[in-house]
Ligand binder design. Structure first.
Ligand code: SF4
Length: 397
């Protein structure tokens, strides 16, 4: 059974709620070694202490910024198409990209792909140790592989030794849909304990071979199950965790499921790198992943664009303004919070709390920088004015 916390039915006020949340966090830190960290948001999150590994030049775990991953959806043997998708994902802000190495042609192509990729490439391998060795020789920055699935001790050693020699971590990826038969029989059906046991079996093989650069994922299409499984691993180990809801589905459903699953864990301080799985383009997966981080104040180099939902008081074309801003600021890599509000009722207060804000009136916008009014601009100049301010903005850290 999946044991998620239930809200207290007799909580009487927001104050009481926040006190009890604070207490839960304090209690948790006593039992799990979680510590308070301070992300960009003013709200303090607990942060699980995990060991640090490096995927190429991207640090993962040990307090490193949470990285966003995606996976290419091309045939890996089609180098041009695969590299094109990687470049698009990188442009959208992807930190790490995974590529399947599922046949001889893919194994032959991986070296070329690595050479042309601006971000670290991870080889996704099932069962075949030769493909793993080829991918490592081709320069991949991480291998996703479950050592217990590649056969003899000798094969396992060959892969782990080469990975160690090349300082390449291994991600053990356990999935509720493909648990080992004996574990499934023992637990009856995929449970959090079953996912944990499977992950530890593979991790144990690595540790026995003196290989410690391990990252773990315990994914499921069942959001509650994956949350519980990740919590178990977080409480019992210090492995860095790759979060994801597997086969999350088409964009709308997949975005919601991933946001709940990944978001819940991140809000508890659990998770070091994330991948949103969507039946959609890798760029969409990256955008959703980045948005999850932004929502929790965990994005370190992204624009956070806040806009009011609009209502009958709206006095400018806010839809067009936010759409234009989203497009024009999509490549900006600095942590800046922008708020665009549609009228004078809530506008000034909210706009002044952002790094850059605009409170709109009839055909005009009042521009704020760090709570101070800078100037008044015409509606048609709002987008240019905000983009100009973002250009000048210097983040504090
Ligand atoms: S800021 Fe103004 S226009 Fe926007 S939702 Fe609030 S009241 Fe409506």
């Amino acid at each position: 059974m999946i044991d998620l916390p239930v809200a207290s039915p007799d909580s009487k006020s927001e104050k009481q709620n926040s006190q009890s949340i604070e207490k839960m966090r304090t209690d948790k830190s006593e039992t799990t070694g979680l510590q308070a960290a301070e992300p960009m948001s003013q709200v303090k999150f607990p942060l699980r202490q995990s060991r640090r590994v490096h995927i190429g030049n991207v640090p993962v775990g040990g307090g490193a910024p949470i990285s966003v991953q995606t996976m290419t959806k091309t045939k890996t043997s089609d180098v041009d198409a695969t590299v094109k998708q990687i470049l698009q994902a990188a442009e959208a802000g992807c930190d790490i990209v995974r590529v399947t190495v599922n046949d001889k042609e893919a194994a032959a192509a991986i070296g070329d792909i690595v050479k042309q990729s601006p971000i670290p490439v991870v080889a996704d391998i099932h069962f075949n140790h030769v493909f793993a060795l080829k991918a490592l020789e081709g320069g991949v920055a991480k291998v996703r592989l479950n050592p217990g699935n590649i056969g003899s001790v000798d094969r396992i050693r060959q892969v782990l030794n080469l990975a160690k020699e090349r300082k390449v971590p291994i991600r053990i990826g356990v999935n509720s849909g493909s648990l080992e038969k004996d574990i499934l029989e023992k637990h009856g059906y995929p449970t959090a304990e079953a996912l944990y046991e499977s992950a530890m079996r593979h991790a144990g093989i690595c540790e026995e071979n003196n290989f410690h650069d391990v990252i773990i994922s315990v994914k499921s299409t069942d959001v509650r199950l994956m949350i519980e499984a990740y919590r178990l691993i977080a409480q019992r180990t210090d492995y860095p965790l790759h979060l994801g809801v597997t086969e999350a589905g088409p964009t709308r459903v997949g975005t919601i499921k991933s946001s709940i699953g990944i978001g819940t864990l991140l809000a508890e301080g659990i998770g070091d790198t994330i991948r949103v799985s969507l039946t959609d383009d890798p760029v969409k997966e990256v955008e959703v992943g980045k948005e999850i981080l932004r929502s929790l104040g965990l994005a370190t180099r992204n624009v956070e664009l806040i806009a009011c939902p609009t209502c009958g008081r709206l006095e400018v074309d806010l839809f067009s303004i936010t759409q234009q801003l989203e497009e024009r600021l999509s490549g900006v890599k600095k942590p800046v919070k922008i708020a665009i509000l549609g009228c004078v009722v809530n506008g000034p207060g909210e706009a002044s709390e952002a790094d850059i804000g605009v409170a709109c009136g009839k055909g005009v916008g009042i521009l704020y920088r760090k709570g101070e009014v800078i100037r008044r601009v015409k509606e048609e100049e709002i987008v240019d004015a905000v983009v100009e301010e973002v250009g000048k903005y210097q983040p504090e850290n």
